[in-house]
Design a protein around this ligand. Structure first.
Ligand SMILES: Cc1cc2nc3c(=O)[nH]c(=O)nc-3n(C[C@H](O)[C@H](O)[C@H](O)COP(=O)(O)O)c2cc1C
Length: 209
């Protein structure tokens, strides 16, 4: 059965370069039978984390702020794969994506554990690796499994047409989608054979004091 992939697209430009790269990944994912739900963060009303430590009461929408994140929390909870997509803004993800992921990932271990994940970035020229590494850190703090490709997941260009000419970048996205589909099938097969997810220990919080 097809799996659910959620993409958070952090570009403020709905038909920009990041969308061109997401298109290539989505084509690959859908042709493998999976469904993709993409959120364009630039057209959503999402505010920065208040650092209030006040969430957790509502497991569906675990944040005190009830803005458009209320659409994202349940979609992510139901999905099998989370993809973070961003244009490069000064060697980093866009502010739109940063705002959303700080809220999405805070205290999210139990909601995120076991899901597959990938980050993809779109840049004109420099800093892709730094942003890619930084995005992947969100996944590795909550028992998610990063899927690889044949290169780091980046495309280059100043316009969407440039991106569509970046043959290697787009191939990297298609390969990422194929690897993801293959892993999802293997996880399903494993479940059928009774291979269950690890049972994690309760987290130890050590504050170095
Ligand atoms: C504020 C700002 C900062 C940027 N910083 C970088 C950068 O550090 N490295 C880079 O290669 N491109 C940078 N760019 C270019 C964009 O990352 C690049 O054009 C990207 O593909 C745009 O994607 P989009 O059309 O989805 O917004 C920057 C663009 C803006 C507007």
């Amino acid at each position: 059965m097809g799996k659910k992939i959620v993409i958070l697209n952090g570009s403020p430009r709905k038909n920009g370069n990041t969308s061109a790269l997401v298109r290539s990944f989505t084509d690959g994912a859908e042709s493998a039978g999976n469904t993709v739900a993409e959120f364009h963060l630039g057209s959503m009303d999402i505010h920065g984390c208040k650092g209030c430590f006040g969430g957790h009461s509502d497991r569906e929408c675990p944040c005190v702020q009830k803005d458009d994140m209320v659409e994202i929390y349940p979609a992510v909870k139901e999905c099998d794969v989370v993809v973070l997509a961003s244009p490069l803004y000064y060697w980093n993800m866009s502010g739109q994506l940063r705002t959303a992921v700080d809220r999405l990932f805070y205290c999210s271990e139990s909601r995120m554990a076991g899901k597959l994940a990938a980050s993809v970035v779109s840049c004109r020229r420099g800093g892709a690796s730094a942003a890619f590494d930084r995005l992947n850190k969100y996944f590795t703090i909550c028992n998610m499994h990063i899927v690889g490709s044949q290169y780091w997941n980046q495309v280059h260009g100043f316009t969407p047409d440039d991106v569509r000419k970046d043959g290697e970048g787009l191939q990297t996205m298609r390969t990422l989608a194929k690897n993801m589909a293959w892993l999802l099938k293997n996880i399903d097969e494993g479940r059928k054979q009774g291979i269950s997810a690890p049972i994690y220990e309760e987290r130890i919080h050590t504050h170095f004091i």
